[in-house]
Design a protein around this ligand. Sequence first.
Ligand code: SAH
Length: 254
Amino acid sequence: MSGRLTVVGLGPGDPRYLTAEAVAALGAAQALYGYGPYLERLPPRPGQSRHPSDNREESARAAAALRHAADGADVAVVSGGDPGVFAMAAAICEEIEAGPESWRALDVVFVPGITAMLAVAARIGAPLGHDFCALSLSDNLKPWDLVERRLDAAASAGFVIALYNPVSRARPWQFGSAVQRLRWHLPAATPVVFGRAVGRPDESVRLTTLAEAAAVPADMATLVIVGTKESRVVLRPGRSPLFYTPRAAAEVNA
Ligand code: SAH
């Protein structure tokens, strides 16, 4: 019997954001692997085993899930948001590349999910309405000076920037430093949105400016979108403001 591994995106947290494909994959799996709190979002099913692990154990989790699938089981590995965005899909590919030849013969399927930047953008208007990029501020897997070079490149080229993993207990100063860096390239009034725990009961969304952004509290459940000098805020009486980036862009250095 040949097993199967499905890498499933759960979306940002609201069950309405689970795709029909993700629901079907979760229902079919005999074993679920993932970060503990993500597995807790899913109702238990008779006959389905659960294998929670810590957030930092992605390689070990990927290898364990691959071994289980190679034994013939239908295994699902879950990620928050989209599994291909700073998450398990790349960890699975790394393990397949480095692992035994038999893992290359496995049926591996990637099921996309709504990533955090899309969920946050939808709460505030259309900040990603023109060219954008996504950057993780975590320096667990890359040196901080590379993060800084990418921030410089993205901001000076006029990209809207979605910042994943802005702050953690182990990285208290990096976000403030990144904001300071972006100020070299962007006006103080550049709109910035902080979306926290979007799609979950404790969701909050806060619109601010680049000048104020370093003082806004952020944590590992927060996604930050920094606009460009062309991004706009539209104030509306009795309704929340809209932050959007127009579809037409001028010369970057004009
Ligand atoms: N694969 C995930 C991202 C993993 S990196 C995805 O596609 O969304 C983890 C980071 O994602 C967090 O530090 C935060 O920046 C962001 N994030 C994940 N879920 C979020 C949510 N519900 N609201 C806001 N940001 C979220």
